[in-house]
Design a protein around this ligand. Sequence first.
Ligand SMILES: Cc1cc2nc3c(=O)[nH]c(=O)nc-3n(C[C@H](O)[C@H](O)[C@H](O)COP(=O)(O)OP(=O)(O)OC[C@H]3O[C@@H](n4cnc5c(N)ncnc54)[C@H](O)[C@@H]3O)c2cc1C
Length: 381
Amino acid sequence: MLEKKHLEYREKTRAFMEEKIKPLAVALDLEQRFPEEHMQPLTEAGYLSMLIPEEYGGKPTDTISYTIAVEEASRVCGSTGIMLAAHNSLGCFPILKFGTEEQRKKYLPRAAKGELVAFGLSEPDAGSDAGGTRTVAHKQDDHWLMNGSKCWITSATKAFATIASSRTSDDPEDREITCFILEKDWPGYAVGKKEDKLGLRGSDTAFLHFDDLKVPLENQLGEIGEGFKQMLITLDGGRISIGAMALGLGQGAYECALKYAAEREQFGKPIAYNQAIQHKLADMATELEAARLMVYEASRMKDAGVPFGHYSAMAKLYASEVGTRVAARAIGVMGAVGYDTGKYPVERIWRDVKLCEIGEGTSEIQRLVIARHLIKSVQKV
Ligand SMILES: Cc1cc2nc3c(=O)[nH]c(=O)nc-3n(C[C@H](O)[C@H](O)[C@H](O)COP(=O)(O)OP(=O)(O)OC[C@H]3O[C@@H](n4cnc5c(N)ncnc54)[C@H](O)[C@@H]3O)c2cc1C
């Protein structure tokens, strides 16, 4: 399924994540602490600059390698997985894809050095309907004046810059949306308190508030009115990494349940000798493998430059639902110790993986994206 170079990459990445990331995963969750200690090793190994060209200080890889990295990070620590995914796919990608040369030179080298970039699309009144953004920017002589807020922003408390969408028309009925690169240090840019979430508790998710925020004209990203399209293009790629997160989390739960089932004895034999347990394990392994094929295929399509948006939505939809199913089954296989926060990671994974059915578009919205594509394809004929 994978070429030799990708198999080798997986081996190297798995060893790195096991050694550098896994040891802190429990503490980050229990203490709701951002993975600060992970930043230096991840930066040095290039995992925070995987989509950034060398000329801007990055260590670029293809999408399959990037997918493997998010998968392997999530296999041991979901909070680190989402931080990697948000920074690379949602933060760095739009600057590279839609930014001017000046913007790339200004922001990407810092991002490659491990300073995080966030993605601000969701708002209190614009979640699934992200085009209903209420944040508004008015053009003044030498800047834009922005007011509004963004919510559920991954790494919001840490990111030095955020790609944010805003309405830019003076007509409140007009859905003209434009994107901007905002900097955390500007007056009028405020970060809310970290959200207290079910899972991914090490990841800093927070509100951003813009109160008469002066945005220099040169920080407009691409053309006026292109913002919503840019966000959707960015999400097409981002959904591959949410699929990769779900795969890694599901894989972590499955491996734990398999090992436990082979060791735990009841009625004088390992519980794995019961057909009921075997069927659960077989389904978990099979569904993960099917999801993996889809997520890797979406990565291949992206690298090949063919349209992949509908396929990444399918891969994200399937992988995230498999991830949540596998995590729940892992608890089922393990009984009370699976439900406990102590020795095994499966209850944490069960809490973490649920996000994959919500972030970057809920499962309902993925089905909507996929169905629109299907209907369009028939109408074309
Ligand atoms: C941990 C975490 C991290 C996040 N990180 C980011 C980030 O970095 N940047 C960012 O911009 N956002 C981020 N988000 C926000 C996320 O993208 C949104 O939560 C998501 O898009 C859903 O929006 P909502 O929560 O407002 O739900 P709503 O839109 O209110 O939806 C509620 C329910 O209604 C359903 N629904 C809505 N519309 C339809 C429809 N047309 N048809 C059928 N069902 C529908 C939804 O599927 C869902 O089940 C994050 C969220 C979380 C929890």
